[in-house]
Ligand binder design. Structure first.
Ligand code: SAH
Ligand code: SF4
Ligand code: F3S
Length: 481
């Protein structure tokens, strides 16, 4: 499953904008059709997928409509990621593919959006002349203007970062939606400056979105049949909104309670939590409200204190384990997942063994695992030596993946015989006779259909089989019939 770098496997997906017409156009945008079509692909994290939905809304408003076929597009867009070198390599390859299409249809515009646009700026326009339009993550409102100028033959660019932009007033056009689950961005940017990470440079300063616009979006989704939202931020625990006039303050714990209050049948998830900032207050909100899912993604990165310090993560191994214990104490049935980086600057075999050890102790239900990829202008690139040889990084990564797979399997096997409430998301990948959905712990559950049920319904499933990635079972009772 994981070849060279596992990232690409789980992070890279392609959006299917055509489905818009089926289930997602619930907020049909007002702009009159200008006859032009856009095609968009997204790479990177959930934030980027969520941003593509903002871009789609801005373009709809300007009269553009989406197409699934690159060949018929007047505008080909790619929303990009810079987190690791491979993520950027993937995008570069795609640019050549788009340019082939452009050759047979001159006049087609090619635009690079997102983190790579922000990191590389003008360089993207100049290098090899593959791109007509470069738009950073805080400049999407400017796209209609930039497109006008690109159509006149000028190379258009806006990579201005903002301290305020949260796109709070834009109703996203849901792309590739299953009509049941959706992402909501609650904040943008990151103020943390972990030494390996490019995000603070590509996304700018942290800012929190108006909670009332988040609640309105959640309610609107509920009214349109959605039953789960994932609140997105690089560090959701530092969400902090202050009303400009009344000084009313909303913390993440309060926001969670407000969102969960929209409807008991609307599930709330969130990502990503930061170990240095996750408070017990958030855990108590999760424990008290049934519709806040029992699942926390709490990236540890490394199990060694010296490496954590070099990474500038702001916590120690002991602090991290105390947070894990707090989760287990306050929410006994909570699954915890993680991100791990193998082979960071100066990492020794002993340091690596401490990472394996903390994975075992924390007993993650799953992890996203990477080997270190040096990124331009980060603290690590400027001050530390990327001195772990590639073969060693890869071998350590393999050991981490093997351990995690074993733990995930053990974790899932313990679920055999248990019953879970599952929200049906759609047909399983393999068979139209089966549904798939997730339990509160974010585990994928597959089970045979019974008539009368449909995506968006909650069912109770008894687990009979488990692999490291999926649970299988059968419905024992359902609330919809
Ligand atoms: N805001 C989140 C992470 C966002 S990036 C957090 O702080 O946890 C997602 C993951 O990519 C990170 O958790 C980290 O494990 C990985 N990552 C980031 N920069 C990387 C780099 N230069 N090389 C390898 N992995 C990296
Ligand atoms: Fe990057 Fe650290 Fe911010 Fe996460 S918290 S986005 S790893 S700087
Ligand atoms: Fe990638 Fe940017 Fe997300 S660098 S991981 S797309 S914030």
């Amino acid at each position: 499953m994981y070849d060279d770098n596992p990232t690409i496997q789980h992070l890279v997906k392609t959006i299917d904008p055509m489905r818009q017409g089926e289930v997602l156009d619930y907020k049909a945008q007002s702009g009159a059709d200008n006859g032009k079509r856009f095609y968009i692909e997204s790479f990177g994290c959930q934030m980027n997928f969520s941003d593509s939905e903002i871009v789609a809304a801005v373009l709809h408003e300007a009269g553009y409509r989406s197409t699934l076929r690159m060949e018929e597009a007047d505008l080909i867009l790619v929303n990009t990621c810079s987190i690791r070198e491979k993520a950027e390599d993937t995008v570069r390859k795609r640019l050549y593919v788009y340019n082939k299409v452009k050759k047979s249809k001159p006049g087609t515009l090619i635009g690079v959006l997102g983190c790579m646009a922000e990191r590389m700026k003008r360089q993207l326009l100049e290098e090899e002349k593959l791109v007509d339009l470069v738009v950073g993550p805080d400049a999407y409102r400017d796209m209609p203007k930039l497109l006008d100028s690109a159509e006149e033959g000028h190379r258009a660019i806006n990579v201005q970062l903002s301290r305020e932009e949260t796109y709070a007033d834009i109703s996203p056009v849901r792309l590739q939606s299953n009509g049941v689950t959706a992402f909501i961005s609650i904040m943008r940017g990151c103020d943390n400056m972990c030494s390996f990470c490019v995000v603070p440079f590509t996304r700018g300063r942290e800012r929190s979105r108006d909670p009332y616009s988040i609640i309105a979006e959640t309610r609107d989704l509920y009214d349109n049949g959605y039953r789960e939202v994932t609140l997105l931020g690089q560090n959701v625990d530092s969400y902090n909104w202050v009303h400009p006039e009344t000084q009313e303050t909303v913390t993440f714990a309060r926001l969670l309670r407000m969102c969960a209050g929209v409807h008991p049948e609307m599930r709330i998830r969130f990502s990503t939590s930061h170990p240095k900032d996750m408070t017990d207050e958030v855990l108590y909100a999760m424990a008290e409200m049934d519709n806040i899912c029992n699942y926390i993604h709490l990236p540890v990165q490394s199990g060694n204190n010296r490496i954590l310090e070099l990474m500038r993560r702001g916590y120690t191994r002991e602090w991290y384990m105390e947070r894990i214990e707090a989760i287990r104490r306050i929410i006994p049935d909570c699954a915890i997942s993680s991100d791990i980086i193998a082979g960071f600057c100066t990492e020794t075999e002993a340091d690596h063994r401490e990472t394996l050890d903390i994975i075992r102790r924390a007993n993650f239900s799953m992890s996203y695992m990477f080997y270190y990829s040096e990124r331009p202008n980060t603290f690590a690139q400027r001050n530390l030596q990327d001195n772990v040889p590639l073969e060693v990084k890869k071998r350590r990564l393999t050991e981490i993946i093997q351990l995690q797979n074993t733990l995930s399997l053990e974790h899932n096997k313990k679920d055999i015989g248990r019953q879970f409430e599952v929200l049906i998301e759609g047909d399983s990948k393999k068979s139209k006779a089966e549904f798939k959905g997730r339990n509160s712990q974010n585990k994928m559950v597959v089970f045979p259909k019974i008539p009368g049920l449909r995506p968006g319904d909650y069912v109770h499933v008894e687990i009979t089989e488990a692999s490291s990635a999926t649970l299988r079972g059968h419905i024992i009772q359902n609330s919809a019939l």
